[in-house]
Design a protein around this ligand. Sequence first.
Ligand SMILES: [Zn+2]
Length: 339
Amino acid sequence: MAKFSFEHSFEIDTLKRLIAQYQGLFRHQSLLDLHYRGEPLSVTAIELGKQDAPCPTVLFVGGVHGVERIGAQVVLAFLGSLLNRLSWDSHLQALLKEVRLAFVPVANPVGFLQGSRSNGNYVDLMRNAPIDAEEKVTFLVGGHRLTNKLPWYRGKKGMEAETQVLVDYVHQLQDSSTSVIALDAHSGFGLSDHIWFPYAHTRKPFEGMGYIYHLKQLFDRGYPHHGHYKLAPQSHFYQTHGDIWDYLAQTNPSSNPFIPLTLEMGSWAWVKKNPRQIFNFSGYFNPQKTHRHHRILRRHVVLMQFLIEAAYANVLENINQAQFERLQADAERYWAKKP
Ligand SMILES: [Zn+2]
């Protein structure tokens, strides 16, 4: 008999199925072996594409928060699509000769099985990196060390194993790449789709903002009907302690571009259309009607495809110093004020 409901293990099972079905087409490794109620689990990383020499890398992360299942599903659906196309799509084959694509679709598997935002120690991984907000943060939500019985708990000193292996893995990618773009898929904030970039711990402008501004211009021009994303520094919304991407931006072992983007899918819109979801904790973070679910899985494909095309075209690598300085100045002007 299955120990866990189908709903709770769906993403973990999907990942296992993809690995069983397509092994040989990619490299996969367990970054961390875990157990939950006797069940062996792992934080799995999958890599496709160029391996040996430094190259542009795009990393897709999902499931940092166990209740935000749709994030893992969006990443798994995109990975599945790439794997299904690989046998005939000559453009994708060419892209993978030049680019590394990395996936950590379920970063917090215990959180999935226990149906919690936190990991098995009730620590919120996105508040757990060793970095403190510069200003006073929103009570509880910004991260706290009061008790693991309250959400957004930062943990005691030190990183949780899940945080540590993600940090180590990204450092390794940063070290072996000419650029790294990371997209970390979450849900639950607001009515519309947001994309946040550093910093979460300070209002100070992110040093890589010029690159993000450049990507924004290319995306807006190339996909003028996909303007549903609100792109801004996270500190425009709230500041937090312990943000993993802030920490990785500040500890990048290479001087090459590192662009961490957090996709916050606007789940309140799903709730508005189906108010019953309010009474269902999981439904608050995840669309429940089939047509809506398909729409969400579809909705971000253009963005993800754009990011890998941008990597293939070396758009970040091709920016020279003078251009970057102009872009950075434009970006700082553009994001100087909150919307
Ligand atoms: Zn989240």
